[in-house]
Write a protein of this length. Structure first.
Length: 314
């Protein structure tokens, strides 16, 4: 059983990944180069744990114990010297990830599994310079944000990855309450992001053509397709609806739906205007500074309560 975890990067994804492992009882070493982020990561995690405690997702009084499992370092070799499983959560820059994996190969034990949180870069390119034996123990493990709440972890099983490595990673994630999805082909976006982008493309197109106001488009998704998706996959939904019906409707609709191969024009305009969403105070909706904390908490609470409900549908 894997118990000693390493995480490279304490940013948006990295800190959440470390938090999830610590909640799952693992000893976690975090390596972070940024001084401010390194100094504040435990406080950020402790604050997020308060909401989980309030919602009954972790035992009352367990926060100090969870935080005590986290160890923060500014030295990669010291951080990773005894780790059994290390996941990097650096920006999506191929040269950076290639260097991190090479550095981890030198710093970690020979039998340690190395993993990347990438969702868009090819494993073969990132691991290009690693020794043959290390390549067998190097995989992609893509988490969803926020990592400490969202249950999905996509695990690669292609290229040089051995069956032993895959099974060890799968067992690790199941052991901390995650839902691993086995990915058999090295494709950009893996599974979930490709599915999500397909939905997003049509949603942005509906906004651009003025088909409805943003609130109603989100309402149509939340209380229509997404209501079923919360408990049921697309293929099961198709089976229950009848594949003949899905074939007919697809033939009628797909020809008139958005088939663009680039980000939506309206989306690009929002970015150009600096309207990036919650982090700037406005995107498709407005987030006044005085209300941002409460809005963010409501968003997290919805996910936590969905996580509770989802345990009945595994």
């Amino acid at each position: 059983m894997i118990n000693r975890i390493g995480v490279v990067g304490a940013g948006l994804m990295g800190h959440g990944i470390a938090e999830a492992f610590a909640i799952g009882g693992k000893d976690v070493a975090i390596y972070e180069t940024d001084v401010g982020r390194r100094a504040g990561v435990k406080d950020v995690i402790a604050e997020e744990l308060k909401l989980l405690e309030r919602e009954g997702m972790i035992p009352k009084g367990s926060i100090p114990e969870i935080v005590a499992r986290l160890h923060v370092y500014d030295d990669l070799k010291k951080a990773m010297a005894d780790r059994e499983y290390v996941i990097e959560a650096a920006p999506e820059i191929i040269d950076l990830k290639r260097k991190i994996l090479a550095d981890l190969d030198a710093a970690c034990p020979k039998d340690a599994i190395l993993a990347s949180n990438t969702s868009s870069l090819a494993l073969s390119e990132m691991a290009r310079d690693l020794p043959v034996e290390r390549k067998k123990r190097t995989i992609v493990n893509h988490w969803y944000n926020p990592a400490h709440i969202m249950p999905l972890v996509e695990i690669s099983f292609f290229g040089d990855t051995s069956a032993e490595t895959f099974e060890a990673a799968k067992a690790l994630y199941l052991g901390i309450g995650k839902q691993p999805a086995k990915v058999l082909k090295d494709i950009p976006g893996l599974l979930a992001n490709r599915i999500q982008q397909g939905v997003a493309r049509e949603v942005f197109s509906l906004i651009e053509m003025g088909a409805a106001e943003p609130e109603d488009i989100d309402r149509a998704l939340k209380f229509g397709p997404a209501f079923r998706y919360a408990t049921t996959g697309q293929l099961e939904i198709a089976d229950f609806g009848g594949l003949d019906i899905w074939s007919t409707v697809g033939g009628n609709l797909l020809a008139v739906m958005d088939n663009s191969r680039d980000a939506n024009r309206l989306l690009k305009e929002k970015v150009k205007e600096g309207k990036l969403g919650v982090k700037t105070g406005e995107g498709f909706f407005k987030y006044p500074p005085a209300e941002k904390a409460a809005i963010t908490e409501r968003f997290m609470v919805k996910l936590i309560r969905q996580l509770k409900a989802s345990k009945d549908y595994v």
